[in-house]
Design a protein around this ligand. Structure first.
Ligand SMILES: Nc1ncnc2c1ncn2[C@@H]1O[C@H](COP(=O)(O)OP(=O)(O)OP(=O)(O)O)[C@@H](O)[C@H]1O
Ligand SMILES: [Mg+2]
Length: 259
């Protein structure tokens, strides 16, 4: 009997990105497997946000390839050659990756329920009755079942970020990308957002999370990636990278953040 290793749901191969003379990413490769939670840590300016944005092509990498669910991001394979996708088809492909930002980017004129239903109905053209039922269930799951008709302006930062997470989940993405989802929040609101993320992880959601929350990484992540100076310095199981880092740069960084 043979067993086959599962295919990665996300694969970045040798990503490079420069702004003018400033090389921001160089030869960054990463694989994420179904059900994994991977945390990216590293100092400011390391290129973490830029890397995340190249994964769903909000930022176009100069070199390298990204594969999402076995498909080349931004391209389609036709007669053995890669052809660039139109904006419209790129948007549809991007919907396979859910992104949660530091600043929630909710639609201020839509209710909480409206924000969560918008993508599935407008982008995925799904029937609103079915989407509504799912959206209500997701909002209940993130603890906002009693806020369906509120507007973002009537919510706390933690509640808004939970709406943003619900909105990403409603698109049924293959995985979620988080870019410092709690760093714009008042300290007392951080816990409720991390708890929702931990719940999603427990339910098997695949997640790639840029975070400064070391306790979250320790408790929830399967793997930690340390980035600095536009590259991955080291990566491995949580305990190895956080407790016994191999690289001096990782040790230095951890010493500083854990002080
Ligand atoms: N649109 C842009 N144009 C020019 N330079 C950029 C742009 N976006 C990012 N950079 C530069 O790329 C480098 C990496 O930025 P990035 O935001 O990816 O770092 P980061 O690791 O996310 O940092 P932080 O922890 O502060 O969020 C920085 O030097 C930044 O100035
Ligand atoms: Mg950043």
């Amino acid at each position: 009997m043979t067993t086959t290793a599962p295919a990665p749901v996300l694969e970045a191969i040798s990503i490079g990105k420069s702004y003018g003379h400033n090389t921001v990413l160089e030869d960054v490769s990463l694989e994420v497997y179904p059900g994994e939670v991977v945390c990216i840590i590293g100092p400011s300016g390391a290129g973490k946000s830029t890397f995340l944005r190249t994964l769903n092509r909000l930022e176009v990498p100069d070199t390298g390839e990204v594969w999402v669910g076995g498909e080349p991001m931004g391209f389609e394979l036709r007669s053995g050659r890669l052809h660039e996708l139109s904006e419209r088809r790129l948007s549809a492909q991007r919907a396979k990756t859910g992104m949660v930002f530091q600043h929630f980017n909710l639609f201020p004129h839509l209710t909480v329920l409206g924000n969560v239903m918008e993508g599935p109905v407008q982008v995925q053209r799904r029937r609103s009755r079915e989407v509504r039922e799912e959206a209500v269930a997701i909002l209940e799951r993130v603890g906002l079942g009693d806020k369906l008709t509120h507007y973002p302006g009537q919510l706390s930062g933690g509640q808004r970020q939970r709406v943003a997470i619900a909105r990403a989940v409603a698109m049924k993405p293959l995985f979620l990308l988080f870019d410092e989802p709690t760093s714009a929040l008042d300290p007392e609101l951080v816990g409720e957002v991390l708890a929702v993320m931990a719940g999603l992880a427990k339910d098997g959601m695949t997640m790639l999370v840029v975070t400064h929350e070391m306790a979250f990484a320790r408790q929830v992540a399967d793997r930690v990636v340390f980035m600095a100076d536009g590259g991955i310095i080291e990566q491995g199981p949580v305990a190895q990278v956080l407790e016994q880092p191999r690289e001096p740069r990782t040790r230095q960084f951890l010493q500083r953040v854990l002080e």
